[in-house]
Design a protein around this ligand. Structure first.
Ligand SMILES: Cc1cc2nc3c(=O)[nH]c(=O)nc-3n(C[C@H](O)[C@H](O)[C@H](O)COP(=O)(O)O)c2cc1C
Length: 209
């Protein structure tokens, strides 16, 4: 049995990311009926921003993933620790992550000071949604997600570009598989070298054109 976790990074409870997250959850349940699928919506939990106190760096006598902030991150961290495969669905906000997602990513810092970086990496998939029309892509979002998830023991396998492809109510284009759809590229295609996140250089597209 594989433990799957879907994280929806939008502050909006009903929007494009929420619709796509639900579609990914249903697709997992259909494709892998024996697996456990948990969902965390950042719109439903309270995860305060990291204050950079670095108390997690000196965790002698404490939980190895100690954080001074006692909020929902404690529960989310347990799900992350148990998870074998992660799907993160997020809107792009000015090429990067919404504040709620950035708080979640920054609160992974205790993993940086623990031994999770050395553990075998588990696969993660990033699904990016957006209105479209902004020429600056989402390279910074990919970089932030890849960097923070790496310390928590995940390797970003691929990026699914759903920008401009999902209705405001969260509906996918008809007949598209939520797990392989969007313009899918290996994560290695994103270098954050320029404002070209939407159409990465190199790498072959594995999803729809
Ligand atoms: C502050 C802000 C910045 C945004 N920046 C972008 C952007 O750079 N590119 C884009 O395609 N959409 C951008 N959008 C649009 C959102 O990505 C879009 O509304 C998306 O549907 C929000 O996700 P949600 O529906 O899951 O809440 C922005 C929206 C907000 C509120």
């Amino acid at each position: 049995m594989t433990n799957r976790l879907v994280i929806c990074g939008s502050p909006r409870a009903r929007g494009r990311s929420a619709g796509l997250s639900e579609a990914v959850r249903l697709a997992y349940e259909r494709a892998f009926p024996a697996d456990r699928v948990d969902v965390v919506r950042l719109s439903d939990v309270h995860i305060a921003p990291c204050t950079g106190c670095e108390a997690c760096a000196s965790n002698i006598g404490r939980d190895e993933l100690y954080c001074v902030i006692a909020d929902d991150m404690v529960r989310v961290r347990l799900l992350l620790n148990e998870c074998d495969e992660l799907a993160l669905v997020s809107p792009v906000y000015f090429a990067g992550a919404p504040a709620q997602l950035k708080s979640f990513l920054d609160r992974l810092q205790p993993y940086f000071h623990a031994n999770w970086r050395a553990k075998p990496k588990r696969p993660a998939h990033l699904h990016v949604v957006g209105e479209g029309g902004d020429p600056h892509g989402f390279g910074p979002l990919v970089g932030e997600v890849r960097s923070a998830l790496a310390v928590a023991g995940f390797s970003l396998a691929d990026v699914h570009d759903w920008v401009g492809r999902i209705s405001d109510g969260g509906a996918l284009p008809a007949g598209v598989d939520p797990l392989s759809g969007g313009r899918a590229h290996p994560a290695s295609a994103y270098t954050c070298a320029g404002p070209d996140g939407v159409h990465p250089r190199g790498g072959s597209s594995t999803g729809e054109a």
